[in-house]
Write a protein that binds this ligand. Sequence first.
Ligand SMILES: N[C@@H](CCC(=O)N[C@@H](CS)C(=O)NCC(=O)O)C(=O)O
Length: 251
Amino acid sequence: MADQPIRLYGVPFSQPVRAVMWLMLYQKTPFEMVLINPGSSGETGSRHPSYLAKNPAGTIPTIEDVESGFVLAEAHAIMTYLCDRFGWRDVYPTNLEDRARIDWYLHFHHRNIRDASTGLVAPRIRKDLNIPEAVQASAKATLTRALEALETSWLAERAFMAGDELSIADFAAYVEIGQLREGFTNVYDFSPFPNVRRWLDRMATVDGHDDVHVVLRELGDISVEPPPMERIRDANKLALRTLKGILETLG
Ligand SMILES: N[C@@H](CCC(=O)N[C@@H](CS)C(=O)NCC(=O)O)C(=O)O
């Protein structure tokens, strides 16, 4: 364990931030959460010059390894770094083929499963993004094609995304796919995908799942109409308060 906790910039509403949070909580490793609001140019925003100096893309998550001063962005790069940094071989093994299969999923995820957010969630909770209807429709079609690939291949043959054991590929995938479920936003019908549903149910029993998803449980169903701003703010606040309590018990 590092003497000084890793600093994580972001908000629990962000899918890639949740993936990093889940990995750290699963490993029972304390971290420091620094609130950064995506898209805002205010002082705590991802477009503020002080944040852009760390991550010029202006996206969350970013981490700072306080001991060395090393700064890193991109959730999947962060997760693989943390696994190597702390020796978390259980979720990112060193065996060449096991690791390559996890990396395969992590690369596939972008522009495929990640489109879940672009097509179904961001249009309802990030009105500021003004995502055009045509982009939403295309993202939904991409997501469905990607889920078909998981259904007929990745999850047809294995319990988890990249093998018989849980890995960081599962955290990365679930934060996108799981958010769409009944009990959370409820914006996607998974009935054509029994293997995906089996995997989703299994992931919901993984240590840290409930703690990381407080924000979505609190937000609730957004399938009928977009949630009001206060509900979004309250969900974020409760998630941050809950996280603070959990981190106190770890640290
Ligand atoms: N590929 C990046 C994507 C990060 C990303 O898109 N994060 C969103 C929040 S979920 C963000 O920071 N958006 C910035 C904005 O809206 O301006 C990763 O996996 O870390």
